[in-house]
Design a protein around this ligand. Structure first.
Ligand SMILES: *[C@@H]1O[C@H](CO)[C@@H](O)[C@H](O)[C@H]1NC(C)=O
Ligand SMILES: *[C@@H]1O[C@H](CO)[C@@H](O)[C@H](O)[C@H]1NC(C)=O
Length: 329
């Protein structure tokens, strides 16, 4: 039995509401990779202190816990934009922004998604994957007044196809479990219409032309699971960010609240780093106002998280926030 598309949005918002209460995972950016390591550390620690206070005031109220967690993400994003602007295209920053996007009220995040040819970018454009995957659930046909049975099935199949195409085809070399496979699998289980039974509908209907789904670049929608899937881990590639991508100061608005970013001065801190590798192979010392990157370096994001500052994680457990492990990535 399937759930009619008119109920899609209800099921989806419940799924995200459940996930949101678990939103206390912190950034995996390592301070030592930043243009201003000490500035990043003090900013990060302050953000965590604020969040701990917020969580202890929240008690067991999940709505308040969620807003504490979302504020923490925004503060960590702010720390990175100010003191770690050389890492904003990296897997670590893009993961942080993705996690925010998935778990919190939608607001545009600066430097996300990374531009296609950005220096020191993640090997998979996580922003493209996550935005296309989440966009799949806004199935345009789900709100149609006249529901023909075939079209109804096709609409759900296109939603599933759009989500799976985002996970498997935007970064075909990347291990799909690193970019949201499990989360999408859980979300789609709500709809009780197995994708492997969608073939006939996806052959009869063109999701974009017939059912008004948003195209995923020029990638065709999958009509079945791919025979093979990627195995690559995430890594940072393509050189160094040598000047603040948003300029010296920048103001953005998150959930109606303006935030001003003042980029740390790489020259003053004398610590411009080319990549997030913790092995030091990509760092370039500054001798002027710009750095000369030493070419592409890579580091797996899980490796870089080894010394990540995750103080809130343990504190949050102590104060009873339920970490259900539902972060998107
Ligand atoms: C940090 O890394 C861990 C382990 O890879 C991952 O589970 C977590 O989701 C990451 N945090 C963010 C905010 O991406
Ligand atoms: C969806 O993915 C395509 C292909 O990578 C990309 O060009 C497009 O910008 C993405 N859309 C969004 C909203 O991120």
């Amino acid at each position: 039995m399937m759930i009619l598309p008119v109920f899609l949005s209800v099921a989806l918002s419940q799924a995200f509401a459940n996930a949101a209460s678990s939103s206390a995972q912190t950034s995996n950016i390592t301070a030592s990779s930043c243009v201003d390591p000490s500035g990043y550390t003090s900013c990060f620690n302050k953000a965590n202190d604020v969040a701990l206070n917020c969580f202890s005031g929240a008690g067991t109220d999940e709505t308040v816990q969620q807003s504490c967690g979302c504020e923490l993400y925004l503060d960590e994003i702010q720390c990175a934009l100010e003191s770690c602007w050389n890492q904003v295209y990296s897997c670590e920053y893009q993961e942080l922004a993705s996690t925010f996007l998935i778990n919190c009220p939608s607001t545009p995040i600066p430097s996300f998604p990374a531009p296609d040819d950005a220096p020191n970018r993640c090997s998979c454009n996580l922003g493209y994957v996550i935005q296309n995957a989440t966009g799949s659930f806004n199935a345009p046909c789900s709100t149609e007044a006249t529901l023909d049975v075939d079209r109804t099935f096709a609409c759900t199949c296109c939603m599933e196809s759009s989500a799976w195409t985002s996970i498997f085809e935007i970064c075909p070399d990347t291990d799909p479990t690193l970019i949201g496979y499990n989360r999408i699998n859980n979300e789609l289980a709500y709809f009780n219409e197995p994708f492997d039974q969608c073939g006939q509908y996806l052959e009869s209907y063109n999701c974009v032309n017939d059912l008004s789904f948003t195209p995923i670049g020029d990638i065709p929608f999958l009509s079945s699971f791919p025979a093979t899937t990627g195995t690559a881990t995430l890594s940072n590639i393509g050189g160094s960010v040598t000047t603040p991508p948003l300029g010296a100061t920048y103001t953005w608005t998150a959930n109606g609240v303006p935030r001003t970013i003042t980029a740390a001065d790489a020259k003053k801190t004398g610590a411009s780093k080319g990549s997030s590798t913790t092995k030091g192979s990509g760092a370039a010392a500054t001798s002027g106002s710009t750095t000369t990157g030493s070419g592409s370096t890579s580091s797996s994001s899980s490796g870089a998280s080894g010394s990540a500052q995750s103080s809130l994680g343990s504190h949050a457990l102590v104060i009873g926030v339920s970490l259900l492990g539902l972060a998107f990535l």
